[in-house]
Design a protein around this ligand. Structure first.
Ligand code: FAD
Ligand code: NAP
Length: 296
């Protein structure tokens, strides 16, 4: 039976580079991965970590120290980004780490003022060859199960796809054994923001791999509102709840803060139909470390 932490604590690299002694890593790949006509600017950024001590496992995050100082003259604080590459890196040799970064822009409606996020602007504007200060890795609770036959149920909004790209890469490129089922629900505003569409399409040809999308500004849910991942979940609620009752199934949610609420409601409904008390069931999932939420 599979449950409990994915890896032994000593196998999880942690804080190999700290803010007072970060790793200077060169950008070796930098490209926009939203369509040219999308209002959302998301970048795939690959860093060279060859020769460094940086190692990581799928599901961890990297810290970025943006250059410069804040309004108080203090160095900018570190920002975290989920790692989008498998532990072997996109290069397959552990010499790179990849991030998937959305340019954060806020428009204050009342004044019309526009604020650019410090770190995401720095990263999205950086060029190949530029050096970035990295820390980490961090994170011990959003890791892949150690056994290949685990079923993975994954919900991502926007750049929340990052850790799942790593999970699926590991599962379908590296693991030679038979794997469990993979269910990935990906939500974005429109198809123009379908991150890593080609890669995901390739995975969906593997038996037991299901990729389901929810494009909120193009599709409507049953109530006529925006289509979110939790509405898609309702279409498969019975199948997924049955899967979740198997001890080798783990659930992951990554992306926008608050998105987990709709997912809980979806499963609650499916549990009620089967006469199962959801709160007790959820407590059990958490105790068995099969329920993983990383939202921001
Ligand atoms: P900040 O400068 O910190 O600003 C934050 C927001 O406030 C911006 O939207 C900015 O436009 C707005 N703002 C700034 N000043 C004002 C003002 N005066 N009035 C109104 N609004 C203002 N992000 C990703 O893109 N990809 C990831 O994979 C990812 N993974 C994450 C993993 C974890 C574990 C966590 C905790 C966060 C993750 N994030 C990720 C979010 C990331 O850490 C940053 O929070 C994000 O990039 C915004 O940082 P920033 O420095 O660009 O914006
Ligand atoms: P986004 O484009 O704002 O949203 C992605 C999709 O989610 C859109 O279709 C959006 O719909 C929909 N959505 C909005 N509210 C929702 C809800 N309550 N439930 C389900 N779906 C909802 O996303 P993004 O800008 O890429 O941002 C992703 C967020 O994840 C960022 O805040 C980022 O910092 C964070 N993040 C966190 C982690 C982490 O913690 N590990 C990792 C990666 C990213 P509408 O816009 O049409 O309403």
């Amino acid at each position: 039976m599979m449950s409990g932490p994915s890896l032994q604590a000593e196998e999880i690299p942690s804080n190999l580079y700290k803010p007072n002694a970060p790793l200077s890593a060169k950008i070796i790949e930098q490209r926009r991965i939203t369509a040219p006509d999308s209002p959302n600017d998301v970048h795939h950024i690959v860093f060279d970590i060859a020769g460094s001590n940086l190692r990581y496992v799928e599901g961890q995050s990297i810290g970025v120290l943006p250059p410069g100082t804040d309004a108080n003259g203090k160095p900018h604080k570190l920002r975290l980004y989920s790692i989008a590459s498998p532990a072997v890196g996109d290069d397959g040799e552990g010499k790179t780490v990849t991030l998937c970064v959305k340019r954060a822009v806020t428009k204050v409606e009342e004044t019309g003022e526009i604020f650019q996020g410090v770190c995401s602007t720095f990263l999205c504007d950086a060029n190949i060859g530029d050096t970035v200060q990295l820390t980490g890795p961090v994170g011990k609770s959003f890791l892949m199960p150690a056994v290949p036959n685990a079923n993975l149920i994954m919900f991502a909004t926007g750049t929340g796809i990052a850790p799942f790209r790593a999970f699926l890469h590991k599962r379908y490129h590296q693991l030679k054994q038979e794997t469990g089922e993979s269910w990935l629900f990906f939500g974005a505003q429109t198809r123009r923001d379908f991150l890593y569409e080609d890669e995901l399409a390739r995975y969906s040809s593997h038996p037991g791999c299901h990729i389901v999308t929810a494009f909120s500004r193009e599709e409507k849910n049953r109530q006529g509102g925006r289509m979110y991942v939790q509405h898609r979940l309702l279409e498969y609620a019975d199948t997924l709840f049955n899967l979740l009752q198997k001890p080798e199934t783990c659930l992951y949610v990554c992306g926008l803060r608050g998105m987990e609420g709709g997912i809980i409601e979806g499963f609650q409904e499916a549990a009620a139909l089967q006469g199962i008390h959801w709160d007790d069931f959820l407590a059990q999932l958490k105790a068995q470390k099969r329920w993983h939420i990383e939202v921001y």
